[in-house]
Write a protein that binds this ligand. Structure first.
Ligand code: FMN
Length: 146
């Protein structure tokens, strides 16, 4: 699945939509690769609470229409021990499906062992009644320039 094939031509993806992004860090050395950190936007966007998130594998975000092939791409990416990018169908806590772009990076220690994975996730669009809709910004006011 290519990211570009998910972009909706009617939206200006460079300047128009403020994408929401969130990040997680998982413990690669622990069975199940549990989430050890999730940014505030993770909870705000997905609707899950810290109790439901911490200690779990990120795969709870997947659902009935998530493609097993896309999951396989992630598994291969994690095995490669290198940074990779992928796109997958995920679900919010209320069941809303959304396409999410993942950027996953292994965090290695001096002996080359991967201790943790970090991920930067960007929801691209949501599916409502079978139609793709842009992801609405969490905050209405634009951030002030520093
Ligand atoms: C740091 C990190 C972040 C991840 N984020 C997501 C995510 O946002 N959505 C998702 O569907 N899978 C995500 N995954 C992938 C799943 O956690 C899991 O590795 C994948 O589904 C394959 O394992 P499984 O076959 O046990 O489900 C992430 C994995 C890692 C290591």
């Amino acid at each position: 699945m290519f990211y570009s094939s998910l972009l909706l031509p009617e939206f200006d993806h460079v300047t128009g939509n403020e994408h929401i992004s969130y990040s997680v860090i998982t413990s690669a050395s622990v069975t199940g690769n549990p989430i050890a950190y999730a940014s505030n936007n993770f909870f705000l966007y997905t609707g899950y609470s810290p109790k439901e998130v911490y200690g779990n594998d990120c795969n709870f975000l997947q659902g009935p229409d998530t493609s097993p092939e896309d999951v396989l791409t992630i598994i291969r990416g994690l095995k490669s021990q290198r940074s990779f990018q992928s796109t997958i169908l995920n679900y919010k806590r209320d069941g809303t499906p959304f396409w999410c772009q993942l950027q996953i990076t292994p965090l290695k220690v001096h002996n080359g062992r991967t201790l943790r994975f970090s991920a930067f996730q960007t929801p691209l669009c949501e599916i409502h009644d079978g139609a793709m809709k842009p992801v609405m910004p969490l905050f209405k006011e634009p951030l002030q320039a520093i």
